[in-house]
Design a protein around this ligand. Structure first.
Ligand code: 4AD
Ligand code: MG
Length: 455
């Protein structure tokens, strides 16, 4: 058995006999000659199979093979240096393993992304989704590779938790009951799906210094946007002894590593997406590798936005003031119009950030950073953690966060917690960024969003 990947990797010699298993992408024939384009799943690119009536007793049957049918091909591998594709297979035998039925929904015409979401179980068979999900897989590998190379320990924090890490009350309850009597429930208390692995991971950073998680995260935010999913994957590193500036450097280095990996390993997929989905993709990614990310304080960002409004920039929310929560339109203005690069904002007002952010001497800001990128807005959120036990307990009281379930987390501060910083990278937003996809529903295999639980 030969894979199409082996053909592209020059592992097969001209005129060698090969056997291929795969699915028909297209089929055309005229008279006594036919061409099948076949994808076998092992590589993004297809292989062309030539078939002739003089060779195949089942020529007529093969001529009527439908798209997505599974076949076995035996034939001769032929280099075709002058043709569009650099090789083809001259078949001597084609066996139909499964003829696809006539109602296969992905016939050769273009389909809308909306329609393809309704057939998420089939859409990976299209070039676009094949490219996106290959890049998703490569990105995940590159992330693990980056942390492994840099001596980080991979931690698996729990998915069922007893606290809402971000304090935003956006968690899904986990229960075996039909009433709300959590005291009698499975855990004897209210449990929910994790909204972030950070709190548990902080504990591990105090033992291993450099750790990260990469796992599913759940948020019951009822925000039906192109960038929010109820179930998404997050990468959360946590590092003891580093400050905000080093944290931003870590974010930048990691992102550049992943994109370099994609350039080295997924050129064909990226080129396809650049030609068919977003014609600025390759230039944008090259720019990310080549340029240093910009760093702006939140205060400077507010001044820039105020100036922009004064100069006639139209925002849906034009009321810009220090202390406000920036909307996506503001974040996108900053990185798309002002800096035209990935841009960190740092030193946010404490009121708009989570309870665990480290308070600064001005008593107004916390050592937090977000990374904004063109086309997406917020890609990463992170910062330095409050290491002072009394301060973090007071902050919980100010925000009326019940400390009982968090006592273990607060207690970490008592045992050598000198400094710790980390961040969360939304994996789907990253995959959008590196594929040019404009909707989060198109970069996760089976998306979960409000009022949408298909498959
Ligand atoms: O900014 P967030 O809420 O930060 C945290 O969860 C911290 N605990 C991270 C840390 O410091 N360890 O979320 C981090 C990132 C966001 O920047 C965004 O990219 C992504 O997670 N994200 C979502 N992605 C898809 N759907 C949603 N509903 C998301 N909510 C956040
Ligand atoms: Mg955030």
């Amino acid at each position: 058995m030969t894979t199409v990947l082996q053909l592209y990797q020059n592992q097969v010699k001209n005129q060698d006999e090969v056997t291929i298993l795969g699915w028909v992408r297209s089929n055309r024939s005229s008279g006594k000659l036919g061409f099948l384009v076949v994808n076998d799943g092992t590589v993004f690119d297809n292989v062309q199979i030539v078939y002739k009536a003089e060779q195949l007793p089942n020529f007529l049957e093969i001529s009527s093979l439908r798209i997505s049918s599974a076949i076995k091909v035996v034939g001769k591998f032929c280099l075709t240096p002058s043709a569009k594709q650099t090789f083809e297979i001259q078949s001597t035998m084609i066996e139909i393993l499964d003829q696809a039925s006539e109602d296969y929904p992905l016939q050769k015409k273009e389909h809308s992304y909306e329609y393809l979401r309704e057939i998420a179980h089939l859409r990976a068979k299209t070039n676009t989704f094949n490219a996106i999900f290959r890049i998703r897989s490569s990105s995940a590998f590159a992330i693990h590779q980056f942390f492994n190379k840099n001596n980080f320990i991979y931690v698996h924090p729990p998915i069922i938790t007893g606290n809402d890490a971000e304090g935003a009350g956006e968690s899904f309850v986990v229960t075996t009951r039909t009433d709300n009597n959590y005291a009698e429930d499975f855990f004897g208390k209210k449990a929910s799906l994790t909204v972030s692995g950070q709190l548990h991971t902080e504990g591990f950073a105090q033992a291993f210094r450099q750790v990260y998680t990469f796992g599913p995260t759940f948020r019951a935010e009822n925000s039906n946007t192109t960038r929010h999913a109820a179930e998404f994957w997050m990468i959360e590193p946590e590092v003891a002894f580093i400050d905000l500036s080093e944290n931003m450097t870590l974010i930048e280095t990691m992102i550049k590593h992943i994109i370099n990996y994609l350039f080295a390993n997924n050129r064909h997929e990226l080129r396809f997406l650049n030609n068919n989905v977003d014609d600025k993709l390759l230039a944008r990614l090259q720019n990310v590798i080549d340029e240093e990310f910009v760093r702006l304080s939140y205060t400077t960002a507010i001044e820039i936005l105020q100036k922009a409004v004064a100069n006639g920039q139209q925002f849906e929310n034009p009321n810009i003031f220090w202390g406000m929560e920036l909307q996506t339109e503001h974040e996108r203005y900053l990185c798309e119009q002002e800096t035209k690069k990935p841009t960190f904002l740092f030193d946010y007002p404490k009121e708009i950030k989570a309870f665990y952010m480290k308070a600064q001497d001005d008593n107004k800001t916390v050592a937090a950073c977000d990374l904004l990128v063109p086309g997406i807005g917020e890609l990463v959120g992170g910062g330095v953690r409050e290491n002072d036990y009394d301060k973090i307990v007071n902050r919980c009281h100010e925000l009326k966060i019940p400390v009982a379930d968090l006592q273990w987390y607060l207690d970490l501060r008592k045992y050598g917690y000198y400094k710790s910083s980390g961040f969360g990278l939304g994996f789907e937003r990253f995959v959008m960024y590196v594929t040019g996809a404009t909707n989060i529903r198109d970069v996760i295999p089976f998306p979960r969003t409000p009022r949408n639980l298909l498959f």
